[in-house]
Design a protein around this ligand. Sequence first.
Ligand code: 5AD
Length: 366
Amino acid sequence: METTIAEILQKGNLGRDDIITLLGADESADIELIRSTAEKLLLDKCGPAVFYRGLIEFSNLCIRDCLYCGIRKSNAGINRYTLSKEEIVASAKWCADKGYGSVVLQSGERQDDAFIDFLVDVISEIKSSTASEKMPGGAGVTLSVGEQSPAAYKRLYEAGAHRYLLRIESSNPILFASIHPPEQELQRRIDCLKTLRETGFQVGTGVMIGIPGQTVEVLADDILFFKEMDIDMIGMGPYIVHSATPMSIYADYHKFTRNEIFQTALLMISVCRIVLGDVNIASTTALQAMRDDGREEGLRYGANVIMPLTTPLNVRQDYLLYDGKPCLDEDVQQCSACLEKRIRSIGREIAVDVWGDSKKALRRQN
Ligand code: 5AD
């Protein structure tokens, strides 16, 4: 007899087949059971707090040509920018003043020395200028600047960044190869994730959900990959077409509807929570791009991190990874007021003046 969803959720240690069954749930009662199990687990293990990270998209220059991404180097149709150190630091200070305990510095990928020198300088300045009585160590700094050499990772860590996000995009070699140019290798990303951990960073990764050709089996393997890599933080979201990318031609051939992708993305959050326990899981902007209440839904399905957009308004429209990105014309003040209301509406709290490391990372480090 087939195992039911309820029976699987009673088990302690889920295997691949269990994970596949959960991700494939399509009856609303089953989905609700998975969601409520994940939410309860989160509340029991981590509490109701939602951690904020102000997201500063400080540059859209990129040496990579990912087939899905709107800021890929071959997209000549966009204005390339890099914020000045002063602009980045001002954004970070705004976040710290508002009680956001952490910022995420994200950009396209660059590997030249000048880029790393610039970042080291920016990180040091953020750390010193956001230090206060409430946060003596300054704001937490998370980086999301792609594949770098071990020496570069070390310099960035020593400058004061302590968390790093590097999505694997897909842990399946065939799928990874189908969305990247040949010079980008899955194995190098895996090596980077290992180096980041050895360097001392708390490490985050994740995948896009709804990549053409992806199946629930592939997504189950992604979750097992996160587990095997002992990942501290997860950031995942739906794949959304950008019209000026090579992958836009697949759009009409897509097997899944938008709703199915949205629902699977939410289920991925729940199943990650159930399998990985007290990691941090972000409810990402791409969820909100699909549905107005997408980020609250992510929290209800077991996420505990939100990354409010704090990129200055004048460059936001130049950092479009996909079509239909939300919050492009709202200033940071508006964004934060609107988010706060949304989070309270689902009975959760916003943690202020803390870095908000995952329990898992803290346990490992102690
Ligand atoms: N749809 C959804 N997510 C995307 N990203 C890049 N392009 C897209 C897209 N078209 C995600 C990638 C990357 C992160 C910064 O943004 O997963 O790691």
